[in-house]
Design a protein around this ligand. Structure first.
Ligand SMILES: [Zn+2]
Length: 431
């Protein structure tokens, strides 16, 4: 229970909701609030709270407040699920009384139910509070501003420490820069899996949870060939493209086999600044992507840029020109625009200033964020990862067969995180 309660200034808007109880709100009590207590004002359909530590007033509607009661009758603290039926909340619900103290707000509802909210909960879970306290975590980079290794690399021994500091650093790197490295990992499947599972459960797709990737055509995918591919993101043909991909080089190449990282969110910003109409078009116009293999056909229709539906911030960049299906989703009058905008975007992606080439050695795992979990409200960059392969004519003759390039091209082990995966902490979601 709250230690001290002071009835504040209420203003009942009579007649707005006939029948709504507001007798107690007519009483006006003036008193000096204790330090850290909010002033409250009844503004008809909502409560306005002014707390000395908040930069602005917070307005919350009464149905929202009733819906967010966190008492044990309304909220199950074992399952972290709501109990109270939102359908039973009248749209014109008004409190019978409102009290504040230094601990929070207590509202008594007309049916006698009491709801208690601490200020932190209200601030952190309201639209306005969230928007005001939002801090940009993303650091956009170009090749010249590629983050230094100590910022992005965690040795496996640090990652597995019980204090979780190594894990925090790795996740923070993925959130900030869109990628992170784990070093000192034995170059075998089980060690790699164990290292990756420190963060999240693995996502299972038709590729499996983890699989070796080398220059053969085991899968009908150009990524398995020796062809040189431009920067792209993967699994655009899934309705939920993989959020994080992890690569571990098991066998170093003597020549070639470098990987390309491009910061997708940096590219998106450059494209939006230079071609705002193109950014809008590719954010609103869905294009189909597909994967076809024997007995399997995956097809997904989506936009290249995807945004957080609440904040409008970019949350995902889906760009894979190779996996595009026949383009039947754009009407004739917009087709020329599409090719123009795609061309302008591709030119920024392929600008050498945005390309950072890196050669992975056995023992080094790189995890790249292909998207951001929208529920976190924060973000990360979207790098592209691709092998750099010399043109075919430069390959030694013995390696020009697509099935014999393993020593030349890097065989990768690739993990995909479960998109809705959670870490050991049930409240902490994967980036
Ligand atoms: Zn309740």
């Amino acid at each position: 229970m709250l230690s001290s309660s002071i009835l504040k200034v209420y203003r009942c808007v009579r007649g707005r909701y006939p029948g709504a109880p507001c007798n107690q709100l007519q009483s006006r009590t003036f008193s000096t609030p204790p330090l850290g207590t909010a002033e409250v004002l009844d503004a008809g359909t909502r409560l306005e709270l002014s707390h000395p530590r908040w930069p602005h007033t917070l307005a919350l509607t009464y149905p929202w407040l009733r819906d967010h009661c966190r008492c044990p009758k309304c909220y199950n603290y074992k399952t972290f699920q709501r109990i109270h039926d939102v359908y039973k909340i009248p749209l014109n619900i008004r409190p019978a009384s409102v009290k504040t103290s230094k601990d929070g707000v207590v509202i008594e509802w007309p049916d006698g139910h009491k709801s208690q909210y601490d200020y932190k909960f209200l601030w952190q879970n309201s639209f306005e509070g969230k928007r005001t306290s939002f801090k940009e975590q993303r650091v956009l980079w170009t090749a010249a501003k590629f983050p230094k290794e100590p910022l992005t690399t965690v040795p496996l021994s640090e990652l597995t420490k019980p204090d979780k500091e190594g894990l925090k650093k790795l996740i923070s790197s993925i959130m900030k820069y869109g990628f992170g490295f784990i070093s000192e990992v034995p170059a075998d499947v089980e060690s790699t899996r164990a290292a990756v599972e420190q963060i999240c459960p693995l996502k299972k797709t038709f590729y499996g949870e983890a699989w070796a990737m080398e220059a053969n055509m085991e899968y009908a995918d150009t990524a398995y060939s020796k062809e040189r591919l431009g920067a792209h993101t993967d699994t655009t043909y899934f309705s939920q493209a993989c959020r994080i991909q992890v690569f571990h080089c098991f066998l170093a190449a003597d020549q070639g086999g470098e990987n390309l990282l491009v910061d997708g969110f940096s590219v998106a910003k450059q494209f939006r600044d230079r071609h705002p109409e193109g950014y809008k078009f590719l954010s609103e116009t869905a294009i189909p992507s597909e994967y076809i293999d024997e007995g399997r056909h995956h097809l997904s229709l989506d936009t290249i840029f995807k945004h957080n539906p609440a904040t409008g911030r970019i949350k995902q960049f889906r760009y894979n020109i190779y996996d595009r299906a026949p383009l039947s989703s754009i009407p004739l009058e917009h087709m020329q625009e599409f090719y123009l905008h795609l061309r302008n975007l591709t030119s920024i992606i392929r600008n050498p200033k945005n390309e950072y080439w890196i050669k992975l050695e056995p023992g080094w795992i790189v995890g790249v964020a292909a998207a951001v979990n929208p529920s976190t409200g924060t973000g990360c960059c979207v790098p592209f990862l691709q092998k750099r392969v010399p043109p075919q004519e430069q390959l030694p003759e013995a390696l020009q067969d697509t099935h014999r390039g393993e020593a030349f091209l890097l065989p990768f082990l690739r993990f995909s995180y479960h998109s809705e995966g959670k870490s050991q902490d049930p409240h902490a979601q994967c980036p």
